[in-house]
Design a protein. Structure first.
Length: 229
């Protein structure tokens, strides 16, 4: 019998043209919008360390804009001292000692609304499964990419039952030329899958933002010409 993963506002030109207040206000609004856009494409990794054993992950990574659906659970390796710290029935994880497991559910969703281009992850499994990348959050929008997962820990001993972690790398999820990934759905039989070191590369500052930057200067010139007239 297969053992489970765990042992346990607008602006208006009112009359004669732009005044200094309206011009400055628009500049401020544009600048604020630009500051809210990611300016780098540095990858970051979710290693699940620091999350308590058997705890839902949910918004543990909200600081970097990532959330997980219910069922994504942190498990700590049972070998961690002192005894009783962890209940995870696995070994060989890429970043000791915590992983994400599908506990009580057959799929979990990772959401990253800002969007990502490349990503990778490690997995361990006692059954076949899959991962699917979508252009919108919560597994909505267009299916951008994905792949199958296989039972890579079948030959392990009963304890630990999960002893093999393999890496999957997806380079440039923008394979359709017009979409980026904003969510990943990991699917598989409950309690028979584990994941670790999920690395995401955020979408870089879009070209449109640079156009806005140049537009700031243009607005200033236009405003001065209207004032002079």
């Amino acid at each position: 019998m297969k053992k489970g993963m765990s042992e346990m506002p607008g602006l208006a030109d009112r009359s004669t043209g732009w005044n200094r207040w309206s011009q400055g206000k628009l500049l401020a609004l544009l600048a604020t919008g630009l500051l809210a856009v990611p300016t780098t494409a540095s990858a970051f990794t979710l290693d699940f360390e620091g999350i308590a054993d058997n705890s839902p992950i949910l918004d543990s990574y909200i600081g970097v804009g990532v959330t997980f659906s219910a069922g994504a659970t942190a498990l700590i390796d049972s070998d961690v001292l002192p005894p009783g710290t962890g209940t995870g029935n696995f070994e060989g994880e890429p970043s000791p000692d915590t992983i994400m497991a599908l506990i009580g559910v057959n799929s979990v969703t990772l959401n990253f609304a800002s969007g990502f281009t490349d990503f990778s992850f490690y997995f361990t499994a006692l059954d076949t499964g899959s991962f699917s990348i979508f252009s919108d959050v919560d597994g909505h929008g267009i299916l951008v990419g994905g792949g199958d997962l296989f039972a890579n820990s079948i030959g392990c001993e009963s304890s630990p039952a999960f002893c093999v972690f393999e890496q999957i790398t997806v380079a440039d999820t923008n394979i359709l030329g017009a979409f980026i990934g904003r969510s990943i759905v990991f699917s598989g039989q409950a309690d028979l899958f584990g994941f670790d070191d999920i690395a995401l590369t955020p979408v870089p500052l879009p070209a449109a933002a640079w156009l806005l930057l140049s537009g700031l200067a243009g607005i200033g010139v236009f405003g001065r010409r209207r004032a002079a007239a």
